[in-house]
Every structure is written in C-alpha cells, then in structure tokens.
Design a protein around this ligand. Sequence first.
Ligand code: GLC
Ligand code: CA
Length: 524
Amino acid sequence: MKKTWYKEGVVYQIYPRSFKDSNGDGIGDLRGIIEKLDYIKELGVDIVWICPVYKSPMVDNGYDISDYRNINPEFGTLEDWKELINGLHERGIKLVMDLVVNHTSNEHPWFLESKKSKDNPYRDYYIWREGKGKKAPNNWSSFFTGSAWEYDEVTGEYYLHLFSKEQPDLNWDNPKVREEVKKIAQYWLDLGVDGFRCDVINIISKDCEFPNGRFRIGITGCEHYINGPHVHEYLQELNRDVFSKYDCFTVGETVFTSADEALKYVSEERNELSMIFHFDHMFVDNIYKWFLRPFKLRKLKRILSRWQYTINGKGWNSLYLENHDQPRIVSRWGDDQEYRLESAKMLATMMFFQQGTPYIYQGQEIGMTNAYFKDLSQYRDIESLNIYKIGRKYLKLSHNRMMKKLQKMSRDNARTPMQWDDSENAGFTTGTPWIEVNQNYLDVNVKQAQKDPNSILNYYKKLIKLRKEHEIIVYGDYQELYPNHKHLYVYERNLDNQKLIVITSFSKKPVKFTVPKNLKYTKS
Ligand code: GLC
Ligand code: CA
C-alpha cells in the first residue's frame, strides 16, 4: 500500500463559529483560531480541517456559500486566513478546507442571474424544471424536510434544493459548472491549502429524468441521486484536472454509501478521492437520525469491521465518531456522568487503533458532552428547528418528546462553544455567544484538562504520539476477535511479525477477559 502523509496524519476538525472569538461579537473567528495555534500544535495533530469560512448569508452556518473566493466578514479577512495558514505551516501542520459544491447560496451571483430568465447564460448552472400542474416536478424531499423543489414566480419554474431552499443545487451535468468548481479548488490550492473535505459529494449527479422516488421519511427520491449516474466520471475529471496536480488529499462526505460502493471512490487506481466519511456507524442507534433505537455493540462492531476488511489494501478509511453534524460521542455511546473520563478514553481507543486516518472534532479531546438544552429557543440549527416543527405538526409528537429527540441528536450538541477555561462563557468570548455555552464548562474545560495528567486531553495526546511511533497502528492489517461478545470490542492489528491487540469495554461493570494463550508480548 502506498505510504503518504495523510494516511499517517491525525486530523483536527474546527467549527470556526464555536472555536474561539477574538473580538467579542460572540462568534468564533479566524483570529481566534490563530490565538490557539499552539494548543493545536501541542495536541500533536498533523492536519487541521476548518468548516466553511467563505462569504455566506449563514442560513446553514456557512454551507450556503455566496462567494467562494472570500472570507465571511464575521470570520475575518483573506489576510487573516493567510496568517492562519502560515501559522499552521510554520508549525508543520497542513490545512484542509471545506469544498461545498453540490449547491451554492441562493445569494450567489450565479443563482441571482440564473433565476432572472429562462435564457440567461447562467440558467443551466442550476436545475430548473416545470411543475406538474400546480405541483412540484416530482416527490423528492429535502434533507432539511419539505419538498426539494421551490417555485420561482419570475420564470414560473421550480429549482431543486436537496437542502434548504436557500441552497439551490448546482447542475453538474453542465460542463461550465465543472470548470467553475475546478477553478475554485485551484484558487485555494494555489493559495497553499493541502486538501479538501468535499461536502455531500456523492449526491452531485442526479438522474436527469427526475423520476418520482420511493416514499421514505426525509429522503424520498434519494435512490435517484445517491452515488448518481455520473458521479465517478465527474470526480475522476476533477482529480485529473486539479487534485492530481498538487500534493493534496481529499475526503468526501458520502451519505448512504456502503463499503463496497465506497471502493469506487477510494480505490487507489481509480483516482477519485483519498478517503470518504461513511455514515453506517452513525445509524447504529437510530433510523434516519430522528427515530432512535437502542445502541447495540455487536452491530457497531459488525459495521466497523466490514469497513476495515473491505477497504484494507485497496483504499483508505477515515475514522470518526464526532463532527459538526453529530451529537457528542461520550453522551451517545458512553456515559457522560459517572464514567465520562473512562468512556471518552475507551471510545478514543476503540477508534484510534483501527486502520485509517483519525479525525478529532473540537472538544472531543476534552470529552465535551451534549448540550441538554431545555428550551427550544436555545437551538440555532436549521435542521433541528425544522424537524421540531414537522414532528409536532405532522407526526403529532408532544413537545417533550421532540425536545428529547433534539437533546439526543441535534447538531447543536456539537456546536456549543469550545470550553477553554472556567471563566465566563468558558473563555470562548467576552461578549454574548451566538449559541449558549454548555453548563458543565466549570468542570469540563481545556485549562483543567491540561493540569490533570489523567485527563482525556492528555490521553488523546498519548494516542497521537503512539500512532507516530508505531507503524503497525497506521499500516497494520485488522482482524476482529470475539465478534459476538456483547460488552467487549476486541481486535488485533498485524504488521510483519508484530501484533497489537486492542481490548475495549462498553460495559459499566467489570468484564472478565482471558488473554488468548497464543499471544506473545513485547513490553510497551
Ligand atoms: C453536510 C454538512 C452539513 C450541511 C450539509 C449541507 O452534510 O456537513 O453541515 O448542512 O452538508 O451543505
Ligand atoms: Ca468574532
């Protein structure tokens, strides 16, 4: 297998809005990240991925971009950004940016042109269709609830938006759109970025007949665009014309993609993406996110092992338990009360020793927990607010029931401000934070964790260091042991004559485990 920096590295994901505010307006910004560069360096990570900081009306916190080449004023300026990338590079850390090109903001100049008339040169940058009588062109639903089509009076047609109506989908079948995307990627690569996290990249190619979809809550129609007809062709084109010309890496966000399907994206000889984020393990405790079901360890193990076996030797995995779209893992699969420390460390271990590039989401390294907001007005996320409305109105679920769902699954659980210390607002801002700080910041914060040798933070640092010292952690083969065990997740890694065995327990009670006799040990 090809050896490269992005396989050997560890990624730290920053959600800029909630990381560190430098000017007291309550919103995290680029200068805030610059203030914390030494913290990031000390953690030992090699790559930083920052969520979108481009110009945006912020309907979906920056995933609705109105200018791909500039920084949103609330985050700072292009000069600040240059200082940030230099600061990272000086410390030997690479920078990965979000590439959000399935859709733009409805305030992007292309869309403003596109909606003007049917013969506007930008009309075909987006997906416009006539309605069926008074109805939308088909029954597809938006990921953020409701129809995926919005009627526009000016030309009397509908445009497609798989997310909010402020996020119209680009028409990738138009070669001009693909050229624009290439130019955007090139622009940032020429400014020095080291790679991209490609937002919802497996839904860029839609079935151009736009047939009705099979009814499924929240995702009706998805079989007509998930890993759609030309997606691989378009990615190969992007890779050939842009990515392959730079020493960069790409990680694709690919919803509803199986491990076998993933090989088409990440097999090294296909030249598409370096790795992808799959969602299989994120559905272990729910169906389509909002229908919760009990967590079953055996199911999680089966999923993770399948990915390990399928990708090994052919492509590369990404390893993650948290990001800005998921609740906090220690609240989700661990115990965020009595065993917060133990379960956060256990989950880190379980993930870190698998084959793939580990991603740590800001705050995960100090065991930040879900927000447990008690009032709907505390939520900011468009998806969460929409789902609340739908649940109440159409599913007739009680207020309490919906609030429970949000407490468990809302994206805002991961978006509360980073907890730096025990001062007001956890040291995140001197102003009023755009979203409330988690109440537990007096106990859970970076300053405390730095002092305590037994902290989750110091444990993460050890894991990162170990991974650098032992090649087996990066490149070793994976083999699961005791797949039917209900409480333990045990696996081994093998490289040449070395063996590494990882034993993690998901139980609150002691579990008996006898080490297999045929194992030989080296002290470490
Ligand atoms: C991705 C992002 C998410 C965003 C969506 C639309 O899933 O991670 O935050 O809302 O794409 O761009
Ligand atoms: Ca600010």
